[in-house]
Design a protein around this ligand. Sequence first.
Ligand code: 4AD
Ligand code: MG
Length: 438
Amino acid sequence: MQEQKTERISVADLNDAKEKPVLLKGWVYNIRSSGKIGFLLLRDGSGICQCILNASFSSLKSFEVFKSLQQENVVEVKGVVKAWKNSFEIQVQELKKTGTSEAYPLGKKDHGIDFLLQHRHLWLRSKRPWAILRIRHEITKAIHAFFNKNNFLQIESPVLTPNACEGSSTLFPVQFFNEDEIYLSQSGQFYMEAAAAAFGKVYCFNPVFRAEKSSTRRHLLEFWMIEPEMAFYDLEQTMELAEDMITFIVSQVLKNNVKELEILKRNTQLLEKIKPPFARIHYTEAAKILIEKKNSKFQMGQDFGGEDETLLSSHFEKPVFVHHYPSEIKAFYMKTDQKSPDFSLSFDLLGTEGYGELVGGSQREDDLEMLEDKMKQHKVEKESLNWYLDLRRYGSFPHSGFGVGLERVVSWICGLTHVREAIAFPRLYARSFFEKQN
Ligand code: 4AD
Ligand code: MG
């Protein structure tokens, strides 16, 4: 008689197969024995499941296979799904080894970060990256859902561009045939401003590049930025949108990533507090907080450094908006506040627990002359931005937008100490971490 075919199932779907015979395919995560019982942790990408070998239900051949196993061998398990604690285990009937593995370099020992980053292509299989990158996916989903429900249109901004949106010092030049220099995009903002005039409310979700010669826990050379741009929004409306977006993202992760947050041992009580309203403080108020701190070298008018942001954000239980930065220290495209012309209609949103800047945004300068003046003051080259000035020449309109650093948000929500863990293959200033091996 022909053997009955058992359907393959994923670990994540075991809930639908209680007491049923199933087939699992995956990799050996761990093995141990206790007396005559064998325990195999099988990892299949969707999760990890304990498989039990016991003479009363497992074949003799299965025990032989079990004895030969080592981490990352590829296996197939046929067995019955049983409820176990708050989860499931498999009573193994048949165990097959379908693929081998050399001795796995990322065994049970603790490894240093350099070693882990050099082996990022394998490290991804461990529990911690698994949890972080699944949360990242949920955050990405939440961001698209948020902008969809608010009637935004997604527009792709180009990666190759002649524009320096965020200053010329952090540009990555690209060899562009024999023509002028071209760069990898630092931000899609200018293109979103053009698109906002065509569609009203738009956003892009793109990789961006900054040649920052510093190795801080907040900086990547390549990261993902979400940049909404809205026609007829002022500074206050824009901060409200950022507040709603962050609140929605956190609520989705709390709802859909319970298991992942548990793996990361994240204090979720702190995340539960992330609900509107977030405090809004003027730059001068934030500066005063820093100046009042003993030993602070901070001076009024300066931009905040990483430590200043950490200090400021640890003052608040919710993210905090700092708005109205001095025009001099912010980008040329930020609109001058007519009521106090030394300040710009700008904001940064600082995360809790010392995480610093998650979001940066502003109302945009919509007055052609003012914008041209500011370009001069900031020594911004006009040639590559003539097209951008067209947006002020033809139907200039009040508009605002912001940029969210995806890895900053992932780090904050996951409670990571460094953004390098917030992306699958981080590009860091310390080049030895790239895949190329000597
Ligand atoms: O503050 P930034 O530089 O703003 C812009 O690029 C604007 N053009 C955005 C806009 O208004 N459309 O960057 C925005 C966000 C920061 O708040 C931070 O979260 C993140 O991007 N970010 C980085 N993340 C990782 N590594 C880096 N090197 C980053 N630089 C900025
Ligand atoms: Mg910024």
